[in-house]
Write a protein that binds this ligand. Structure first.
Ligand code: COA
Length: 258
């Protein structure tokens, strides 16, 4: 595992930390590969229920390493999957919830990846920017679809066309992030949120996440899709535990389930 991406698992929470502060955590191909492996293995590891993606040294990430971009530009559509695509696909396909904890700079893919996380907490000194047009590039990894859907077209254009810099309050107001904390409270807040998710019924969490990520469809089709899952959950050991806990007036324990 690359020391530029630190991965640890404790209390059912996997933390994936970009750790290249001297380069503002700019992401190289090796870092994408390490982060992708950590996310992929989280899904198959029963000791993990939630992942947190975060940075180090007061920086989330200044985006793709620009030197790497010029020397080894990713080639999409070839047999070999570029590491950046592998990482973003791991995030897109993650069955278990992913929380991003942002402190400081979130630039380029540092913002794009947030769109694919389930919850985002950021310190009050964070800034968010997607300077793709300023670099004569273009939006990436579905941000041109997700940003207008999440924020509305006009607000998305602030990031994707104007290349505006958002502070944490603007990011909170637009819905890019969920919570703003003091920098010292960031890790604790992210772990608190992760612990809440980790204690819930795992199959229910996965199903709910998958439904929320499912592309828009006919309402009746969606109702049927939800009903099928709902009915299946009603037969699950998780629901049996939840119902028993309710009747016995105790907290449910999903530790051994899922
Ligand atoms: N790729 C490669 N190296 C990067 C980088 C990136 N995306 N972002 C920062 N770095 C490097 C700098 O080259 C510098 O390296 P050096 O010390 O060897 O010269 C080091 O990180 C510190 O960055 P520096 O620019 O000195 O810090 P700063 O606080 O003045 O500015 C930024 C920080 C992030 C605002 C500025 O570095 C920047 O604009 N980076 C590019 C961000 C970007 O456009 N990302 C999108 C890529 S699609």
């Amino acid at each position: 595992m690359s020391e530029l991406v630190l991965v640890e698992t404790a209390d059912r929470i996997r933390t994936i930390r970009f750790n290249r502060p001297e380069k503002k955590n700019a992401l190289t191909q090796d870092m994408y590969t390490a982060a992708a492996e950590a996310l992929e293995s989280a899904d198959s590891d029963p000791s993990v229920r939630v992942s947190i993606i975060t940075g180090a040294g007061g920086v989330f990430t200044a985006g793709n390493d620009i030197v790497d971009f010029t020397q080894r530009p990713p080639e999409f559509g070839k047999d070999e999957v570029p590491p950046v695509r592998r990482f973003m696909m791991a995030l897109l396909k993650a069955e278990k919830p992913v929380i991003a904890a942002v402190d400081g700079l979130a630039i380029g893919i540092g913002v794009t990846l947030l769109l694919h996380c389930d919850l985002v907490v950021a310190s009050n000194r964070s800034i968010f920017k997607t300077p793709f047009v300023d670099l004569a590039l273009a939006p990436e990894f579905a941000s041109s679809q997700l940003m207008p859907r999440f924020f509305g077209h006009a607000v998305a254009a602030e990031l994707l066309l104007l290349g505006d810099t958002w502070d944490a309050n603007r990011a909170r107001e637009t819905g890019l992030i969920n919570r703003v904390t003091e920098p010292e409270q960031l890790d604790e807040t992210a772990r608190f949120m992760a612990a809440i998710l980790a204690a819930k019924a795992p199959t229910s969490i996965k199903a709910s996440k998958a439904l929320m990520r499912q592309p828009a469809e006919d309402i009746e089709v969606r109702m049927d899709r939800e009903n099928t899952i709902f009915a299946s959950q009603l037969q699950s050991p998780e629901f049996a535990e939840a119902a028993a806990a309710f009747l016995e007036r105790r907290a449910p324990d999903f530790d051994k389930l899922g």
